[in-house]
Design a protein around this ligand. Structure first.
Ligand SMILES: C[S@@+](CC[C@H](N)C(=O)[O-])C[C@H]1O[C@@H](n2cnc3c(N)ncnc32)[C@H](O)[C@@H]1O
Length: 216
């Protein structure tokens, strides 16, 4: 049995998830993944929209996707991708990877949806080698109070419609609390013309495991 099944959201996402790619999202994905090499674990790969953007220097991409409909779409996307992809069923807080075995962990639009972000981030730390990178592109809680309040209000219903996605998470703080140091981060509104979309405030960057003593 699949670990997470969300057929309605999966159908919606499979149909409309790529609508922003031509409006700049594909470029943001390419930037997110630029320079990666070695063994990479992508968590919550969805339909595989990141796959075309992995550099050929990636020797193996372990793409973890728990939702069966999305995983089937990802299998199609994996064909012809520039890096070899092993697509597996699994969840963020129980990754099918050995301790310290990954050069990088990649998440885009996932930490909003996992039930327990702290457990997921602890698992990312476990599988990363020392010096390995967490590459993240996530929508987050808005900085402005009005926008954030709107997200809080939307959170009453949004997760039920959107596969458990919470629009109001302070994901950067969660990454830091999990013992990562943010080494690069861009805060952006996407699409740039969005005025008050619940998923428009985003963070895009790189974090590395900081020394155990700095874990708060
Ligand atoms: C909005 S989609 C993003 C998909 C893809 N990362 C992208 O950038 O297009 C959220 C993804 O997170 C996955 N997801 C949700 N909960 C998860 C969990 N606990 N572990 C791993 N993936 C999860 C969903 O199945 C879905 O593929």
């Amino acid at each position: 049995m699949a670990l997470i099944e969300n057929p309605l959201f999966a159908k919606f996402f499979a149909r409309y998830g790529a609508r922003n790619e031509a409006r700049g999202n594909a470029r943001l994905r390419a930037e997110l993944l630029a320079g990666l090499s070695g063994r990479v674990v992508e968590v919550g790969a969805g339909t595989g929209l990141n796959f075309p953007h992995y550099p050929p220097a990636v020797a193996e991409l372990v793409a973890v996707e728990p939702e069966p409909t999305l995983r089937a779409k990802a299998a199609e996307a994996a064909t012809g991708a520039p890096a070899p992809i092993r697509l597996v069923d699994g969840v963020a807080d129980g990754l099918p990877a050995e301790d310290g075995s990954a050069d990088a962990v990649v998440v885009s639009g996932v930490l909003c949806s996992v039930a327990d972000p702290a457990a997921a981030l602890a698992e990312f730390r476990r599988v990363l080698r020392p010096g390995g990178e967490l590459r993240f592109y996530e929508h987050v809680r808005a900085r402005g109070a009005v926008w954030a309040r709107f997200q809080d209000f939307s959170d009453l219903l949004w997760p039920r419609l959107m596969g458990g996605c919470h629009p109001n998470r302070d994901t950067l703080s969660a990454i830091r609390r999990a013992g990562f140091e943010i080494v690069r981060c861009r805060e952006l509104i996407f699409p740039p013309t969005a005025r008050i979309s619940v998923v428009a405030p985003r963070v895009h960057g790189v974090a590395v495991v900081s020394s155990p003593s700095s874990v708060r």
